[in-house]
Design a protein around this ligand. Structure first.
Ligand code: ATP
Length: 269
């Protein structure tokens, strides 16, 4: 029973209002929300909802955030685990952890089961990396068989996230498993304005700050980087003893962040 406790849902409520931009992803996920709110409505008509949704996109683009928001919108529990946790475990524990996790989810349906960085455990099998990692393969096989084992009427939606969809074992993507794919890219200019608004609402802004300008100067930033930018600007303002966070603080924060990020990383995607 101690195992089940690890999968206690988080009580923190997140909704689509906390997620700026990515209208396309929110639209795709709205159907999952409707299903979790009222599974019977779908079941009456024999409509099958996908069991598994794969969110694909670069780090920090809000995959975890939007998955959490689906649970918040539907008012259902959100259970989450990181794929890398499975492989850090003792031999033989990965597969039983998977069983335990699915059992807990089924007992608490309707709910969301979120697997972040699924590529850690879901890399193509038999690739020989690390000498044919048996433990990892067993864990992956257990995930596959759990997904096959529950009916779509079970009202457990498994959402997985990855920034390496190219390395995933194709078996994960087959019908009845993670067959619904949602791509989440780095935000557009409008997306950046929206994300900046969400996070700037939490700080005291000076009148000279124009978030449109900030968005123009942050091409290529992810949501997580924009959140960090707002916070860095606020920290600089505090350090300088200001009453509000002004546009100079945003400039300094941006310089600090862009100079701190290795060039390579900025270039990929
Ligand atoms: P990773 O792949 O690194 O796990 P992720 O795609 O899951 O990243 P999150 O962890 O959800 O990204 O994003 C980190 C934080 O960045 C979020 O908690 C949120 O505060 C902020 N953020 C990211 N995208 C958005 C967005 N679209 N709107 C508002 N905030 C965002």
């Amino acid at each position: 029973k101690s195992q089940a406790k690890r999968f206690r849902p988080s009580d923190q409520q997140t909704t689509f209002d906390d997620v700026a931009g990515m209208e396309h992803a929110k639209q795709e996920l709205q159907e999952v929300v409707e299903f979790l709110k009222e599974p019977a409505k779908f079941q009456r008509l024999g409509a099958e909802i996908p069991k598994g949704v794969l969110l694909m996109g670069p780090p920090g683009t809000g995959k975890t955030l939007v998955a959490r928001a689906v649970a918040g919108e539907a008012g259902v529990p959100f259970y989450s685990i990181n794929g890398s946790e499975f492989i850090q475990m003792f031999v033989g524990v990965g597969a039983s952890r998977v069983r335990d996790m699915f059992r807990t989810a089924k007992e608490n349906a309707p709910c969301i089961l979120f697997i972040d960085e699924i590529d850690a455990v879901g890399r193509i099998r038999g690739a020989g990396v690390g000498g044919g990692h048996d433990e990892r393969e067993q864990t992956l096989n257990q995930i596959l068989s759990e997904m096959d084992g529950f009916e779509s009427s079970a009202a457990v939606i498994v959402i997985a996230a990855t920034n390496r969809p190219d390395v995933l074992d194709p078996a994960l993507l087959r019908p009845g498993r993670f067959d619904r794919h949602v791509t989440i890219d780095r935000p557009s200019r409008d997306g950046r304005v929206g994300i900046l608004k969400v996070h700037a609402a939490k700080i005291k802004l000076a009148d000279d700050v124009d978030l449109q300008d900030v968005a123009n100067g942050t091409i290529g930033f992810s949501g997580a980087e924009l959140k960090n930018l707002v916070n860095e600007a606020a920290l600089i303002a505090v350090r300088e003893g200001k009453n509000a966070v002004d546009s100079d603080d945003f400039d300094s924060a941006r310089d600090k962040i862009t100079m701190g990020v290795p060039r390579e990383e900025k270039m990929t995607q």
